[in-house]
Design a protein around this ligand. Structure first.
Ligand SMILES: [Zn+2]
Length: 73
């Protein structure tokens, strides 16, 4: 399980995974991250590095974690 993630808001599972992907967005190489529940396959917001100025991988992953946690508040 990933650290610092709240349980799934839908099924309460703590089997969460940070999915990271390289992709192409508007012809630019891009990097995305999103948190996914292994139990019910709920997915948090997908964060793409191109929307964060000067983002590095760690920023994208941290933002994906934050958005997942915010949904649970
Ligand atoms: Zn779930």
């Amino acid at each position: 399980m990933e650290d610092n993630l709240k349980p799934c808001p839908f099924c309460g599972s703590k089997k969460l995974k940070l999915e990271k992907k390289r992709t192409v967005y508007k012809r630019h190489k891009a990097y995305t991250a999103s948190v996914r529940c292994n139990c019910c396959h709920a997915r948090g917001d997908t964060v793409i590095n191109l929307t964060i100025p000067y983002a590095v991988k760690e920023d994208v992953e941290a933002t994906a974690r934050k958005r997942w946690n915010r949904r649970n508040d």
